[in-house]
Ligand binder design. Structure first.
Ligand SMILES: *Cc1c(COP(=O)(O)O)cnc(C)c1O
Length: 423
């Protein structure tokens, strides 16, 4: 059984046509073509306000900051919306920092994650005077110290520690176990903090972790939080107090019919761990703020029956949405207009020359050649992972707000794709 459409920022009107806010998806396709990512400003805003309200209630006057994980959806319009709502940002590259600043974000609310920061990226972030660097190794700490020294600055840092809890999500998006590349091992953390505190151009500012993504049970998140709070206590006892504590992102969304984390309960659990400690609570949510606020709109090119299966060959492909082949991810798929075609079971595939170019398998749909299909929950880790494989220009992105729609990224052209190439 699939979940109701309202979980995905869309609805069916009286005629059965799929709408986002007051705009029909058919009219979006007519104006902007397909394939096309369509986002709902109301759904983005609602997701942010829901998390903000839960944290506000749980913290009861104590400080907190939502640092939106830019990599989930880095469109400037999305960043600008969250910036206007007061968000901070979690970035993983110099490019993302430039996007945040271009979109009107506040550098003073930016935390910089990622395990391979270059000296140039560190310099850029120090010039912008970001809130904090999340440091993932000792060599990175040394490099940041010397870059900051060369600029006559002090860099505020958190260590991203690896609390070694099993997030019980898909192995490709689990990051908190001992054997992966992220973070500083928990039992090394105190020693690395002591070293950080001794460096002239480093200022210890926080404790951070991030154990994985699309978590639908908050038990591992709570466990990770209690470990990093204990670490913060141990640091304070050594005279290295921290100003903020961050359990990262990872809150799962509904792709199908998952019972995912209840935000209010999660916020209260974090507060229970923190008690009266004088620290700021940071969160780094990505997917939960954007995932269900977007769809990928695509048109059926061919209906292809075979001996064993029926295929809908659509004009979107794995270069537009790689989550199904990459993570075996499930996305709901709906026909956008009530059609005359009979309901059948289809695999929905793109035109790319790879057997893995399958967007959805075994779906009951009534759709024929030329019909529109919407792939739901395509607001997170979707357009941002698009490529030009098979020389396919990247799709357009459209923002819907009330009864209006606007382009927030024009469709790439062939000339865009080959710009920069030489013979
Ligand atoms: C990707 C990432 C996030 C966001 O994860 P979501 O599952 O989208 O909430 C947060 N923190 C770090 C360090 C990340 O790499």
């Amino acid at each position: 059984m699939s979940a109701p459409l309202s979980n995905f920022g869309v609805a069916r009107d009286a005629t059965g046509a799929v709408t986002m806010e007051q705009v029909s998806l058919a009219s979006v396709a007519e104006q902007f073509g397909t394939p096309c990512f369509v986002y709902s400003e109301a759904a983005l805003g609602d997701a942010y306000r829901k998390l903000d309200a839960a944290l506000k209630a749980a913290r009861n006057g104590r400080p907190y900051l939502i640092c939106y994980a830019v990599k989930a959806n880095s469109n400037l319009a999305v960043l600008n919306l969250f910036a206007r709502m007061g968000a901070g940002f979690d970035i993983v590259s110099g490019g993302e920092l430039k996007r945040v600043l271009m979109a009107g974000g506040d550098a003073g609310k930016v935390v910089f994650s990622g395990l391979g920061k270059t000296a140039a990226e560190m310099k850029l972030a120090l010039e912008a005077d970001i809130k904090c660097f999340n440091i993932e190794s000792e060599p990175e700490l040394d490099r940041l110290n010397s870059v900051a020294a060369s600029m006559g600055k002090r860099a505020r840092v958190s260590l991203r520690v690896n609390p070694d809890v099993d997030a019980k999500t898909h192995p490709y998006i689990s990051t908190g176990l001992k054997n992966n590349k992220f973070g500083v091992a928990f039992d090394r953390a105190l020693a690395v903090y002591r070293k950080a505190a001794s460096l002239a151009n480093i200022e210890v500012s926080g404790v951070d972790c991030h154990i994985g993504s699309q978590l639908v049970d908050d038990t591992p998140l709570r466990e990770a939080m209690s470990r990093i709070v204990a670490l913060a206590d141990a640091l304070a006892a050594e005279g290295i107090p921290v100003h903020h504590i961050c359990p990262g992102g990872g809150i799962g969304i509904v792709y199908r019919n998952e019972q995912t984390i209840e935000i209010g309960a999660y916020a209260r659990a974090l507060q229970d761990c923190l008690g009266d400690r004088h620290v700021e609570l940071l969160l780094e949510p990505g997917r939960m703020l954007v995932g269900n606020a977007g769809v990928l709109l695509t048109r059926v090119e061919y209906v292809k029956p075979t001996e064993t299966k029926n295929f809908l060959v659509v004009d979107a492909a794995m270069n537009d949405l790689i989550r199904p082949p990459l993570y075996q991810a499930y996305h709901e798929v709906v026909a956008v207009q009530p059609g005359a075609s009979a309901q059948q079971t289809y695999d929905i595939v793109g035109p790319i020359c790879e057997s893995t170019d399958v967007l959805a398998q075994g779906r009951q749909l009534s759709a024929g050649e030329g019909d529109l299909i919407a792939i739901l929950s395509a607001g997170a880790y979707s357009f941002v992972m698009a490529s030009n494989y098979n020389t396919r220009p990247r799709a357009a992105e459209v923002m819907v707000s009330g009864s209006s729609m606007r382009s927030v990224r024009k469709r790439e052209t062939f000339d865009d794709v080959v710009a920069g190439e030489n013979i």
